[in-house]
Design a protein around this ligand. Structure first.
Ligand code: SAM
Ligand code: GLN
Length: 272
């Protein structure tokens, strides 16, 4: 089969699952043939092997059944970076880029020298901060797999990030007095939520945080004295604003920020 015909075939398979079936078809063909997207267009008249055609078609069917494209291509994009991602690790979202902007502002305003990213996943937030500031950066996760992926991504961009395994503040305890800013996109989805098929393929420990989605915050802030004087910036779900106000207001100065879609998506807490 010619590449052109294979492209048309997998684009058709993808049509039902995606509004950008043409672009996704190119991504899958690029993965299968090892060509760049531009290279594919130039080679459209060339023949592809039967094995490659079969593989491309089966990946397109997998994608059409609701499997995330990023897990197929093993690539995701965040803050201008191309990062490695694979099944078992949360795929960075565009909204979280705003969390990086908010963090960089605070880093500049307060001359922050040491930042910790709790629940780093692919390492996207930590790497973006390390590349765009002079800060020393630590990143933690409970997932061994996430930490391996974050290490690979940090090496790709040649940034030094201290990667530590453990829940909440635990991996930071022995140097917590030096940590001035803690940032996090934690799990905040309600266990009662009905998620779209592609999100269901992401690791549940990256998403769910109890019935009201607030369990991570409750645990993280359970010993407020540990966080005295620090700034915390975290992502949240828009409908959690009042719950978070109730939980955090008494601990310091609390403010909320919106994402690119004008939805309340982050809070900053300056701990007393
Ligand atoms: N920061 C990445 C991003 O924005 O793409 C990943 C965010 S994902 C929503 C949450 C991450 O937190 C997952 O990688 C998960 O393994 C990790 N995680 C979940 N519970 C945690 C806990 N108690 N302590 C530390 N990390 C946790
Ligand atoms: N925004 C994610 C979603 O699409 C949830 C992310 C999180 O829990 N941190 O469901």
């Amino acid at each position: 089969m010619k590449l052109r015909d294979l492209y048309t075939k997998i684009k058709d398979i993808l049509k039902e699952a995606s509004e950008s079936s043409g672009s996704e078809a190119l991504s899958i063909l690029s993965k299968v043939t090892g060509r760049s997207r531009e290279g594919l267009l130039m080679d459209f008249e060339e023949e592809v092997s039967e094995a490659q055609s079969q593989l491309a078609i089966s990946l397109a069917r997998k994608r059409a059944s609701g499997y995330p494209l990023q897990y197929i291509t093993e690539k995701c994009y965040f803050y201008g970076l191309e990062l490695y991602v694979c099944e078992g690790v949360f795929i960075p979202r565009m909204e979280t880029e705003v969390l990086v902007d908010l963090s960089l502002q605070v880093i500049e305003e307060k001359n922050i020298e040491l930042v910790a990213d709790v629940g780093t996943g692919t390492g996207c937030i930590a790497i973006a901060i390390a590349l765009n500031s002079q800060c020393e950066v630590f990143a933690t996760d409970i997932s061994e797999k996430a930490l391996r992926v974050a290490k690979k991504n940090a090496e790709k961009y040649q940034v030094q990030i201290g990667l530590l395994k453990g829940p909440y503040l635990e991996p930071l305890l022995h140097f917590l007095d030096r940590v001035q800013l803690i940032v996090s996109n934690p799990p905040y989805v309600s266990t009662l939520a009905q998620l779209p098929p592609d999100v269901q393929k992401e690791p549940s420990e990256a998403l769910f945080a109890g019935e009201d989605g607030l369990d991570f915050y409750r645990n993280f802030f359970s010993v407020p004295s540990l966080l005295r004087g620090k700034t915390i910036i975290m992502e949240m779900s828009p409908e959690q604003e009042s719950g978070l106000r109730e939980l955090l207001q008494s601990l310091g100065t609390l403010s909320f920020f919106k994402d690119q879609f004008n939805r309340t998506r982050f809070f900053k807490l300056e701990m007393e």
